[in-house]
Design a binder for this molecule. Structure first.
Ligand code: ZN
Ligand code: ZN
Length: 385
């Protein structure tokens, strides 16, 4: 189809209002309507008027047209059903074979937006659906990563027919009803008389292909549900809720399109001993007050194994010490985080006679007298401690 100036087709100025465009369209579509006008060429003009209105009558499409110029035939909008967005009359779209480059250009410029009005070309290859898989990880596995196998069900391309849906030795043929466009024109009655509108072909369901002899394995769909296993390498340092995308591990595409992707969502089990925030691991270390007062060297748990740590004399409860490089690896970037060790000084709850004497001596040496009543131990007895 030759490129036409859509404004000229409707006989309106480039700055015409939407109302003027609508009026021009009504006038012309009535004038050239095939049921009313039997002159040669009238039907072609009717189609051209409808196509022009499909673009200019929609302010969004009109803006796109103004920006990108002639559309080279209008097929690209693939609009048809619903393409008028609530206008009075059903509209044509996609004459001469649905779908062309224009839609694709728009998709790439506008991120495929279009409020669901524009139908994608049903015969074009489509990528399969993406799938999600939740993977539970032990606390340590999230830190160090692991290799594992996962198995899930997905739609795969049928091996018997190679995805065509046709019995081996046969191939799908061009749909006899829609001649491959995937759409059919249907007549509807409107106040202007019968109008044509476009619907997805009921024989091929929009694929444009008809399968005479269906593949026995997939029943003509070209897909079969299969159990699918893959090896997954969990990267060291992943965290709760993070996702990893595995390309082409989703479901099979349509019309020879690629597989979708698999998104693995990590669910990390909490640890009894550690807490983690990113690359930093937190650990609480109970020490007794003598260690805190005199200083000591203690063994501290880390995810990398026990390490020795010095407690300086006079350490207060709540003091945090940093063990460099004993945290989790940083997912993006180099190195490993730290472990933050917070000490909690334990006050002894039960003292034997010797310990009591020693503490009284300690108090005396400090120049203090401590009554040391037995209330707490009696209270503990009452509580059953
Ligand atoms: Zn069809
Ligand atoms: Zn098959």
């Amino acid at each position: 189809m030759a490129e036409q100036d859509l404004y000229k087709v409707l006989g309106v100025a480039k700055d015409a209002s939407q109302d003027e465009i609508k009026k021009a369209y009504r006038k012309l579509s009535k004038k050239y309507h095939p049921d009313l006008n039997h002159e040669p060429g009238a039907e072609d003009k009717f189609k051209a008027v409808n196509e022009a209105y499909e673009t200019l009558g929609d302010s969004q499409k009109r803006a796109q047209y103004d920006q990108f110029g002639s559309t080279g035939g209008q097929q690209g909008f693939g609009g048809g059903a619903g393409g008028f967005g609530g206008q009075d009359f059903g509209g044509f779209g996609g004459f001469g074979g649905g779908g062309g480059g224009f839609e694709d250009i728009f998709s790439s410029f506008f991120g495929g937006a279009g409020g669901g009005r524009r139908q994608p070309n049903p015969t074009a290859p489509q990528q399969g659906r993406d799938l999600q898989y939740e993977m539970s990880l032990k606390f340590e596995d999230a830190i160090f990563g692991k290799k594992t196998n996962i198995t899930y069900n997905r739609e795969e391309q049928c091996e018997t027919c190679g995805g065509s849906g046709a019995k081996p030795g046969t191939s799908p043929v061009t749909c006899s009803k829609c001649h491959g466009s995937g759409y059919i024109q249907v007549q509807t009655n409107t106040p202007l008389g019968r109008m044509m509108s476009q619907q997805v072909c009921d024989v091929c369901h929009g694929s444009g292909k008809e399968i005479k002899d269906k593949c026995a394995t997939c029943g003509g769909s070209g897909h079969t549900e299969q159990s699918h296993s893959i090896k997954v390498t969990v990267p060291a340092g992943v965290e709760e809720g993070q996702q990893m995308r595995l390309q082409n591990q989703g479901e099979a595409g349509a019309n020879g399109g690629p597989y979708g992707d698999l998104f693995i969502i990590f669910r990390v089990e909490p640890s009894d001993e550690f807490e983690r925030d990113g690359a930093t691991i937190y650990f609480k270390l109970p020490i007794d007050f003598v260690q805190a007062a005199l200083g000591d060297e203690v063994r501290v748990k880390t995810v990398h194994g026990d390490v020795k740590m010095k407690i300086p004399a006079g350490t207060q409860t709540g003091t945090t010490f940093r063990l460099r490089g004993k945290g989790a690896p940083r997912l993006r970037g180099n190195g490993t985080g730290d472990e933050q060790v917070t000490v909690a000084i334990q006050t002894p709850t039960k003292l034997n006679k010797g310990q009591k004497e020693a503490l009284k001596t300690f108090a005396k040496a400090s120049g203090k007298t401590v009554a040391g009543n037995g209330k707490s131990s009696l209270f503990d007895k009452l509580r059953g401690v």
